[in-house]
Design a protein around this ligand. Structure first.
Ligand code: ACM
Length: 689
């Protein structure tokens, strides 16, 4: 990767200049491939003539790009004219580079402006850059030459419009900002237990009933017995859905901004709303009972294919996202139809049954000229032959898909889940999923060093996900999205060599946020950030650092942290359980580990921190037992620490420890769950002094 990039840079004969340094007046986000600032500036007449020198340049796209820029223009189809104008010219820019299809070159002198691009998207992005070179108030555009292309072809945001429905106006407003920062994929999570959000003519109950619930706020609905739906138009109905006309309007809005909207229709799980409206599609045929479609029943396939047919009629996206995440699969184990299907198809377990459904749906999509995209669970039971994986449970799913020759899009929870806290949790509205401040978000590098050039090509890009369980309002959604989504825009666009946290932070504070606020968005005020669990993030020194840990109960593979050394690596966990420092345990006994101190050692304290954040099911232990042994056989119990586990909305940390004096070669540390809550135990660091 690095070699290719270097040769591109050498061919260009240009070195990245300081267009984005704080001391200079010009600030371009995301940082372009190269930017040479020139002398003087172009005086912007109101309006300035823009010449479309090629008849097939889409004037609606160009008009839209300028309308968002604040630079008044008059478009003219003409190849011959010149003068004090902006000329748009079709040309290959950075041919052969990975991002050539969206590449552009902008040249601004005091006499004229020239934007070259191969595609309308290239022109669109050139105009976004021009807008950032401009000082609309002063009526000038800074002289410069910018040559630019994206690092990745997929630069996305996912909006969950199921948990809390969002108006089409809200969705379009977010597309404006995506376009400004050169993001090009909007993934809409249209269906989930909390509400179905898309008109489907063949199945009217999806929108007459499954789109409405008696509680406006998801948490109230979720915690209410029975999680009911209600009829559209009934006095207590909250929710909504997009009509096909709404979707067409959003699609046209997206098209003019070079954004592809990717619809997600969840299967086989997260489908309580469908299976309550159409209970015959579940294994037990009972409403309000199942989240998973019955995979043994042909009616399920008839339903899914009919729905997908209407989806494909509406959405031009090559990718159709079919969800695929978090299926419980329990009812399949006893359902006669599912069991019959497994026997007939020679499927050895329920994972293979899920894979059967995904493969069949993929065939259907492929036959209709579309490609299947799904969350990384679609790997389980065998990946469908042409599927693309969206990696969310860490990066492993995406890496595995790529290593078997598939495409992947990275949206790992620890970096890309914008429903996490962005600042000290006590100062923020209730959130889910730990702590993800802007700096950590920005630090994400999607391509591992170990990748070959060929593997890197299969990694299509990155996506920020906004799940909205705890995000009931539009303002709150913008607060969670920004500025963090802009960090994802820069990860997706900018070559890693050109990224700089200091520069990004400065641009966010001095340029991105003020402009966003002036346009009526409601971002988190990053200038007021409180910051990290700093004291926890300092390396600690203690007697067990580097000592080997034996796992009597396995750790949870979904959060591999820093490997088996995590508990004794001298690094304590921060606010976020996905920060690679917390180790997760879900088996019956939760934590059950033995540290080998290598020789008999006098110890005075043994303790570890646990995290509790109840939303995603992370609980403190009810009990911790600490014991020691000199021979690894007979253990002496030092402490049994009891704790009453209380459910709350906070993110909390608690140390379970012992103090005294003992001789230890082996130290055993065990935790036990509060049965009524179950959940995961996240623990770190076992500090021995
Ligand atoms: C997911 O967060 N369940 C994809």
């Amino acid at each position: 990767m690095k070699k290719t990039l270097l040769s591109v840079m050498l061919v260009l004969g240009c070195v990245l200049s300081a267009c984005t340094e704080a001391s200079r007046p010009v600030s371009i986000t995301p940082v372009p491939l190269s930017c040479q600032q020139g002398e003087g500036s172009f005086r912007w007449k109101s309006p300035t003539t823009v010449l479309l020198t090629d008849a097939d340049i889409d004037a609606t796209v160009i008009e839209t790009a300028f309308a968002g820029s604040g630079l008044p223009v008059e478009l003219r189809q003409s190849a011959d004219e010149d003068g004090h104008v902006v000329r748009l010219e079709r040309a290959e820019v950075l041919p052969g580079s990975a991002g050539a299809d969206e590449a552009y070159r902008v040249e601004v002198t005091s006499d004229r402006i020239r934007i070259q691009a191969k595609t309308d998207a290239g022109f669109f992005y050139g105009i976004q850059t021009l807008a950032q070179l401009a000082d609309p108030a002063g009526g000038t555009v800074q002289a410069a030459v910018v040559e630019d292309a994206p690092r990745f072809s997929y630069r996305g945001i996912m909006l969950d419009v199921s948990r809390h429905f969002r108006s089409k106006e809200f969705v379009m407003k977010q597309m404006d900002l995506m376009a400004t920062y050169k993001m090009n994929r909007l993934h809409l999570h249209l269906t989930d237990a909390a509400g179905w959000r898309l008109q489907i003519d063949r199945y009217p109950r999806l929108t007459e009933f499954a789109a409405w619930r008696p509680q406006e706020v998801w948490k109230d609905w979720w915690e209410k017995e029975g999680r009911q739906y209600c009829e559209q138009g009934s006095p207590q109905a909250h929710g909504g859905f997009y009509t096909k006309d709404d979707v067409r309007e959003m699609l046209e809005y997206a098209r003019r901004r070079c954004i592809t909207i990717i619809p997600e229709i969840e299967m086989p799980s997260h489908s309580e709303e469908v299976l309550t409206a159409y209970p015959e599609l579940s294994c037990t045929h009972e409403p309000y009972k199942q989240a998973d479609f019955c995979v043994g029943n042909e009616k399920t396939f008839e339903f899914l294919e009919n729905v997908l047919t209407e989806v494909m009629e509406l959405f031009p996206s090559k990718y159709i996202h079919i969800g695929g995440d978090e299926a419980g699969k329990a009812s399949w184990k006893t359902c006669p139809l599912c069991q019959r299907r497994m026997k007939k198809e020679g499927l050895k377990d329920v994972n293979e049954l899920q894979s059967y459904l995904i493969r069949r749906i993929e065939k259907f999509l492929n036959a209709n000229g579309r490609d299947l995209l799904g969350w990384d669970e679609i790997l389980e039971g065998g990946l469908a032959p042409n599927a693309t994986v969206m990696s969310w449970r860490g990066v492993e799913g995406g890496l595995k898909a790529i290593q078997s020759g598939h495409h992947a899009i990275m949206s790992p929870g620890g970096y890309c889940y914008l429903d996490s806290y962005q600042d000290a949790p006590g100062t923020q509205p209730e959130a889910i999923g730990g702590y993800l401040p802007l700096e950590r978000e920005y630090s994400y590098e999607p391509v591992p060093d170990s990748f070959t050039v060929e593997e890197a090509k299969l990694l299509l890009g990155v996506q920020a996900n906004l799940w909205t369980e705890y995000i009931p309002t539009e303002e709150h959604a913008e607060y969670m999205l920004y500025p963090r989504a802009i960090a994802v825009a820069e990860i997706g666009w900018t070559q890693p060599e050109n990224k700089s946290w200091q520069s990004f932070r400065q641009r966010v504070l001095s340029d991105v946020l003020p402009k966003m606020q002036a346009k009526g968005y409601h971002p988190f005020d990053y200038s007021q950030e409180i910051g990290n669990r700093q004291e926890a993030l300092q390396p600690v020194d203690h007697l067990a650092v580097g000592k080997k840990v034996e796992f009597l109960a396995p750790s949870w593979k979904n959060y591999p942290a820093n490997g088996p050394e995590t508990l004794t690596d001298g690094l304590r966990g921060g606010w976020n359980y996905s920060d690679g420092r917390w180790m997760a345990f879900v088996s019956d006994k939760r934590v059950d580990v033995v540290i080998d101190m290598e020789e008999e050692t006098t110890v005075h304290s043994i303790g570890a921190d646990f995290m509790q954040i109840c939303g995603p099911g992370v609980f403190f232990p009810k009990k911790v037992i600490i014991s020691v042994s000199t021979d690894g056989k007979d253990y002496q119990q030092l402490a049994e620490i009891d704790h009453e586990v209380v459910k709350d909305d906070a993110v909390s940390f608690k140390n379970y420890g012992w103090k005294g004096e003992a001789q230890a070669r082996y130290i055993r540390y065990q935790s036990f769950p509060e049965e009524k809550y179950g959940g995961v135990h996240f623990v770190d660091e076992i500090v021995v002094e």
